[in-house]
Design a protein around this ligand. Structure first.
Ligand code: VGL
Ligand code: ZN
Length: 206
């Protein structure tokens, strides 16, 4: 069913629609680029539109290469378990650019995350140490948002973590699954969908 936000203060958060998460990118999500026209169709319906950008330092703690390990292994860091990824979304490099087809005209804020060298941040609200806030909750509250919709990449990592933190921050949350694509590593998509449902997050199609 086409999504029609109930209030002009409903917010759309477009998560990490970046070259490195699209086919040909360093951490390509299957059909990642398929979300571009779907997100472009969604964004003009919202009064508040934010896009997030994964934005890592070279040698970032989430990179397997920083630990002499293979990508997709998990290690323990001071803040907990960390999946190790191929080098991706390095600040200022083309892989970190938002996909060229993404319509940026309706986007009012581009929020970067993951720029602290020693802390990852799947969530656009709170970094992986679970302490460092990005300011997004305050931004959305000051703009009067009560309901946050999410779409983008990847459903089971940055979309899910952002959705769960939006809920924890007190927003109503809806994930537009049809305009999102997943990495699906070791059952991560099923686990993410279960966690989101249990948190009271609506999973819908547009
Ligand atoms: C993401 C893994 C590492 C995402 C970002 O956008 O889902 N996944 N960094
Ligand atoms: Zn990342």
């Amino acid at each position: 069913m086409p999504i029609t936000p109930a209030s002009p203060q409903d917010a759309l958060v477009i998560v990490d629609v970046q070259n490195d998460f699209c086919p040909g990118g360093a951490l390509a999500v299957a059909e990642g680029d398929a979300v571009v026209p779907l997100v472009n169709a969604l964004s003009p319906r919202f009064g508040i539109v934010v896009a997030t950008q994964d934005w890592h330092t070279p040698g970032h703690v989430s990179f397997a290469s920083s630990h002499g390990r293979a990508p997709f292994e998990t290690i323990d860091l001071s803040y907990g378990a960390q999946v190790l990824w191929p080098d991706h979304c390095i600040m200022g490099q083309p892989g970190a650019d938002l996909h060229a087809g993404l319509d940026l005209a309706p986007v009012q804020l581009v929020l970067r995350k993951g720029f602290h060298p020693e802390i990852d941040s799947y969530s656009a609200f709170r970094e992986a140490d679970r302490e460092t806030d990005t300011g997004l909750a305050g931004y959305l509250r000051e703009r009067g948002a009560a309901h946050v919709y999410l779409a983008g990449l990847a459903t089971d990592f940055c979309v899910a973590w952002t959705a769960l933190d939006a809920r924890a921050a007190g927003f109503e949350v809806t994930v537009v699954e049809s305009a999102s694509r997943a990495i699906d590593l070791n059952g991560s998509l099923d686990a993410a969908r279960r966690a989101m449902r249990e948190a009271g997050i609506a999973l819908v199609s547009d």
